[in-house]
Design a protein around this ligand. Sequence first.
Ligand SMILES: *Cc1c(COP(=O)(O)O)cnc(C)c1O
Length: 396
Amino acid sequence: MAGNQPYQAGRHFLQIPGPTNVPDRILRAMDGATIDHRGPNFEELGRRVLDGIKPIFQTQNPVVIYPASGTGAWEAALVNTLSPGDRVLMAETGQFATLWQDLATRLGLDVVFIAGDWRHGVRADQIAAALADDKALPSGGAIKAVCCVHNETSTGVTSDIAAVRKAIDEAGHDALLMVDTISSLASIDYRHDEWGVDVTIGGSQKGLMLPPGLSFNAVSDKALKAHESAGMVRSYWDWGPMLSANKGGAFPFTPATNLLYGLDEAIVMLGEEGLANVFARHARLAEATRRAVAAWGLETVAQVEGERSDALTAVMLPNGHDADAFRAVTLRRFNMSLGNGLGRLAGRVFRIGHLGDFNELMLAGTLCGVEMGLAASGVPHKKGGIQAALDFLSTE
Ligand SMILES: *Cc1c(COP(=O)(O)O)cnc(C)c1O
């Protein structure tokens, strides 16, 4: 690998919560000739991926695919459905919710940001209260959208989206529901249609096992209706030309052809394993990780049992210990990248990614690297985390 680090033997452990390890099958699939994106061969590929991505979002509606990082799909969701100055309700679950809120504000939306402590998920009761207040205003119903992050990658907290949907319905409010599933798609059960989500935002480089560079908007009929009258300036992100080109398996501009080869293969692989099995595997590896963390005597950022993420675990270091110094040791000594603390958690937290193309022995190696790294960097902890994880994995 290029860079200022000399070659380290063996496979690098890329245990950040995205980008994740890209399986060889996907790398091989991407290693094909870039073809004419207006030709007949492309059309077949285009139709296959546009169709095949739908079950991953658990939707029958269209899914737009952008050659862009997830941030682009955040922007696309907003500019396609809203008008300048529209009020949107967002919940501060962590750094990613904060970044989406910043983006919405810069676009000229009027964001109501429900404050959070970065250790809990979205509170449906707070959404319900904000919507009830909004309806009671003389201007009634100023809030046009509720935006939530399903799996907050900065904290390892998963939010209950069905509960948010219920809160919106019970308030009798007609705001759109937009959800970021970038780090939960194809890792944690996510149901675009059943949960009544209007726009779902996804990305390629996490549970989908692809390199960075693709992102997604799954859109409901209600979102498509909103698109007709939405007044925000948009061009590149416009769903209109995209959806009409997609009907013929094409794109209005040059798509990321080779990433689509990879997506094609990822869809096949997820189909072979079965989505339910994919979710169960993530849940099992996450539980083993949590048992290791508990045995080390360390605390997860997530404070509520049922909200702990199956895609990643964010771990607090004891006061006075620098998480980035610890991560530097795991990289230098054990050739493993762990996720850093983001935003207000910088330096205090490290994150173990356990999503994507990942299995028991990769987790065992990862946890060995963490436990050795804790010892090597003098972080107080109890021994036995690895053993607790192995005991769980070998009996369940
Ligand atoms: C990774 C991630 C993003 C950002 O995606 P980029 O591809 O870096 O633009 C947004 N939201 C969540 C929850 C993420 O995990």
